[in-house]
Design a protein around this ligand. Structure first.
Ligand code: AMP
Length: 217
């Protein structure tokens, strides 16, 4: 069973790898960032609350985030496995997830931690563009769409996320270092951690992840 957590700093390539993983392994993609963006677009109460934090680069409070994931993981499609992308991001979230996965008998099988250094992350994030309709990620230098500013998959006009500006990025990297990095030790202690160098190239990163999955399957 592939019950996977995908971790890594903003810009490490989580979104890109997540797309490849769900296509290859046919498991649901549970991205808290995507779920919040959808709630924001629909202007739901949770979305409006989340926007206050997200647009500044801050983490959304744990109780809101945990509730969202709890509801999602209980759905039937997660019985065949799941890919958590961007969750957990704090120790309380990881602890809540540990309790929840025990309750629903869907234990985490591996944590894939994509690593990259800060300079690269800044370049990647500030050049990042995303499709607001289907979520496909692009980059103005390294992952150009076939037609500038247009999504290859659905034809929508690409945008830059509000939290992909230099100012928000500094706050996000700080949140990552202070709140998310302790999770590396948390999962290492549980024997679940697999570090993957995020700088070896898109396809190589994907291959390394597939090798990890073959090992644990
Ligand atoms: P992402 O697309 O994963 O980079 O998430 C975008 C933003 O959504 C983050 O910068 C946070 O503000 C918020 N967010 C996503 N996942 C979480 C989480 N697990 N805990 C708190 N905030 C989150």
């Amino acid at each position: 069973m592939l019950n996977i957590i995908l971790m890594g700093p903003p810009g490490a390539g989580k979104g890109t790898q997540a797309k490849k993983i769900i296509a290859a392994y046919d498991i649901p993609h549970i991205s808290t960032g995507d779920m919040f963006r959808e709630a924001m677009a629909n202007k739901t109460p949770a979305g409006l609350l989340a926007a206050e934090y997200i647009n500044k680069g801050l983490l959304v409070p744990d109780d809101v985030t945990i509730k969202l994931v709890k509801e999602r993981l209980a759905k039937d499609d997660c019985a065949k496995g799941f890919l958590l992308d961007g969750f957990p991001r704090t120790i309380p979230q990881a602890e809540a997830l540990e309790t929840l996965t025990k309750e629903i008998n869907r234990p985490i099988s591996a944590v894939v931690n994509i690593t990259a250094d800060k300079e690269v992350l800044v370049k990647r994030i500030t050049g990042r563009r995303v499709c607001p309709a289907c979520g496909a990620p692009f980059h103005i230098e390294t992952l150009k769409p076939k037609v500038e500013g247009v999504c290859d998959y659905c034809g929508a006009t690409l945008i830059q996320r509000k939290d992909d500006t230099l100012e928000s990025l500094a706050v996000r990297l700080n949140a990552y270092e202070n709140q998310t990095l302790p999770l590396v030790k948390f999962y290492e202690e549980r024997g679940l951690l697999h570090d993957v160098d995020g700088l070896i190239g898109l396809e190589e990163v994907f291959k390394t992840i597939c090798d990890i999955f073959e090992e644990i399957k």
